[in-house]
Design a protein around this ligand. Structure first.
Ligand code: ADE
Ligand code: ZN
Length: 338
């Protein structure tokens, strides 16, 4: 890739729609928070922890990811984690970010959901004032737990609904199809929340169908297995359904063996509204710009395709009409002069 295209990619205004904030916890911060909170870790050093980041599938990652999140105790911890992400995102020219968080990972350990949300919200507000970066929160239900537990989590979040823009569904996909969460998603929609779900990361196209038809999601997180089902592809294209694709994550979790085999470009060229995202950047070897840059290099994406990806991210964001128009104007102004 030319230096010129790399520079264009680095500075293009973009939205990030698929980032698990607990997946932005860098090893150094995990150790600092463990020390601050008097928590013993199973690893003796930052290097030893990093050496454990060799994953064979989603579950092998989730086991380490949940262990890493166990150092988060206070409102300040959640703030500090999100703030570190916003510094990185701002450097990557992210103008709008929607952060997934997993309250059940914390409430299970006795941390109040209010502590989690207040800490994250304070960082979101600071990102807006200090960086002009607009940030929103999406509460994810852990799909390996029961629907009753998801409903209890939604109930516990009710005092904080003004601080949450939507709900999502994450954790172990295989064996936990979207329809397991039919009622809680209906409740969330009834509350006026946006709804998204991870589907088709490791799971089959049937999970994407049920996320669309049963949960009535507005975006599909990952969705890379859509390409195995031509009727589903037609549905995605016709409806303009966005996929929040996470290329480096897919490589680290062995969804594809190499970036050059990734189907992002094929889906983009078919007219699917594909976006690029980082998923769990502290674990998968890169924040948003590394995802753009490495994908562009491996798949030989051109300038117009980069613009399309950035535009897709802005169009698929949960923003108001005037916010979306402002973000599209920012993008257009950048493309005119760069
Ligand atoms: N939680 C954090 N990252 C995830 C991913 N890639 N898939 C499912 N659940 C997750
Ligand atoms: Zn994810």
């Amino acid at each position: 890739m030319s230096n010129e295209l790399a520079e264009f990619i680095r500075a293009i205004p973009k939205a990030e729609l698929h980032i698990h904030i607990e997946g932005s916890l860098e090893p150094a911060l995990i150790f600092a928070l463990a020390q601050r909170n008097g928590i013993a870790l199973a690893y003796s050093s930052v290097e030893a922890l990093r050496a454990a980041y060799a994953f064979t599938n989603l579950q092998s990652f989730l086991d380490i990811y949940y262990a890493g999140a166990s150092v988060l105790i206070t409102e300040q911890d959640f703030h500090d984690m999100a703030w570190a992400y916003f510094e990185r995102a701002h450097a990557d020219h992210v103008i709008h970010a929607e952060l997934f968080f997993d309250p059940q990972t914390h409430t299970e350990r006795g941390v109040d959901i209010g502590v989690v949300i207040r800490g994250l919200k304070r960082a979101c507000d600071a990102a807006r004032t200090q960086f002009g970066l607009r940030a929103r929160l999406i509460l994810c239900f852990l799909r390996h737990l029961s629907e009753a537990e998801a409903i209890a989590t939604l109930d516990a979040a009710k005092p904080y609904l003004a601080d949450i823009i939507g709900v999502g569904l994450d954790s172990s996909e295989l064996g936990h199809p979207p329809e397991k969460f039919t009622r809680v998603f209906a409740m969330a929609r009834e509350l006026g929340l946006h709804v998204v779900a991870h589907a088709g990361e490791e799971g089959p196209p049937e999970y994407i169908w049920s996320a669309l038809d049963v949960l009535q999601v507005e975006r599909i997180d990952h969705g890379v297995r859509s390409i195995q089902d031509e009727r589903l592809m037609q549905r995605l294209i016709a409806s303009g359904m966005a996929l929040t694709v996470c290329p480096l994550s897919n490589i680290k979790l062995c969804v594809f063996q190499q970036l050059g085999e990734h189907n992002l470009k094929r889906m983009l060229e078919r007219g699917v509204r594909v976006t690029i995202n980082s998923d769990d950047p502290a674990y998968f070897g890169g924040y948003l710009n590394e995802n753009y840059l490495e994908t562009a290099a491996a798949l030989d994406l051109d300038r117009d395709q980069i613009i399309q990806l950035a535009r897709n991210s802005i169009e698929a964001a949960f923003t108001t009409t005037s916010e979306r128009r402002a973000d599209l104007d920012t993008l257009a102004a950048y493309c005119m002069k760069a």
